[in-house]
Write a protein that binds this ligand. Structure first.
Ligand SMILES: NC(=O)c1ccc[n+]([C@@H]2O[C@H](COP(=O)([O-])OP(=O)(O)OC[C@H]3O[C@@H](n4cnc5c(N)ncnc54)[C@H](OP(=O)(O)O)[C@@H]3O)[C@@H](O)[C@H]2O)c1
Length: 257
């Protein structure tokens, strides 16, 4: 796609799942990449593999999006040639725990709010002024079906993704006169490391989430992100909601076990 060639794409949470799949999808279209996450060894191997396979520029740095000063500093330190970010993909995020509100561990809440809401805000705040100055840019947030519907045992995760939905809509209004697009891609069940993280390393419990139906793959979501980013300049895809075929709402999943 000519429209993405040499575009600078910044993806948060690129070490796994949807973020990593986006990195490969955009590299395939000859975009230059700026990638971050906390797991440095994964960033390194993804960078080497993408550079080898696609010959595009890849700059990686370790970042925990929860820390505002680190976000500001590391984005300031992006090399000059990759500084003018064209597309920001706010993907870093997590679910932590799956419990009734009144039994949940409040540390899980802090982690989700700090990552999914505050981390996304810090990164966006650091990147958008450059886009405003250049009168060009595209912000694509990874929201969720949980940003449109609530489900039991997920009050705070759903709350954070509802916040992402509201932030996306409001930001779109704030930059409507700046030639900047703001979009959200909102998946249902995608098989990634998401459930292993949610269940704190319990692989068996995580596997069960995806049993009895065909879940979405990270690449399915990367496809939608790529579609969103590659429309002509006058087209802004506001939101895309994607279910696996066996899912009809946050709480209706057809499993054949
Ligand atoms: N899987 C689903 O069913 C699903 C459905 C709807 C929406 N989503 C959303 O899609 C996004 C990606 O999730 P995924 O399914 O691809 O899960 P994943 O495989 O667990 O990937 C999450 C990514 O986020 C990064 N991350 C987490 N906390 C971070 C932090 N504090 N600072 C920087 N990076 C951080 C992780 O990297 P490090 O651990 O290396 O930092 C990892 O690269 C999330 O926003 C999630 O809420 C997922």
């Amino acid at each position: 796609m000519e429209i993405l060639k040499n575009k600078i794409v910044f993806i948060t949470g690129a070490t796994s799942g949807i973020g990593r799949a986006c990195a490969y999808a955009f590299a395939k279209e000859n975009a230059s990449l700026v990638l971050c996450g906390r797991r440095v060894s994964l960033l390194k191997s993804i960078k080497n593999d993408i550079e080898f396979k696609f010959g595009v520029d890849v700059y990686t740095f370790q970042l925990d999006v929860r820390f505002k000063n680190d976000v500001e500093k590391s984005i300031r330190q992006i090399p000059e040639k990759l500084k003018n970010i064209d597309i920001l993909i706010n993907n870093a995020g997590l679910g932590r725990g799956f419990a009734k509100f009144y039994e949940d561990d409040t540390q899980n809440w802090d982690e989700m709010i700090d990552t999914n809401i505050k981390g996304l805000l810090y990164v966006t705040r650091a990147v958008v002024p450059g886009m405003v100055e250049r009168k060009s840019g595209h912000i694509i947030n990874l929201g969720s079906l949980a940003g449109h519907e609530a489900y039991p045992n997920g009050s705070v995760y759903c709350g954070t993704k509802h916040a992402v939905d509201a932030i996306t809509k409001s930001l779109r209004m704030d930059v409507v006169d700046k030639n900047i697009r703001v979009s959200t891609v909102d998946p249902g069940m995608v098989e990634t490391e998401f459930s292993v993280v949610r269940f704190k390393g319990d692989e068996e419990r995580a596997k069960n989430v995806y049993k009895g139906y065909t879940p979405l793959k990270a690449e399915d979501i990367a496809d939608a992100v790529l579609f969103t980013a590659s429309r002509p300049a006058h087209v802004n895809i506001a939101e895309i909601i994607i279910y696996p075929t066996a899912q009809a709402s946050a709480t209706i999943l057809h499993k054949q076990l």
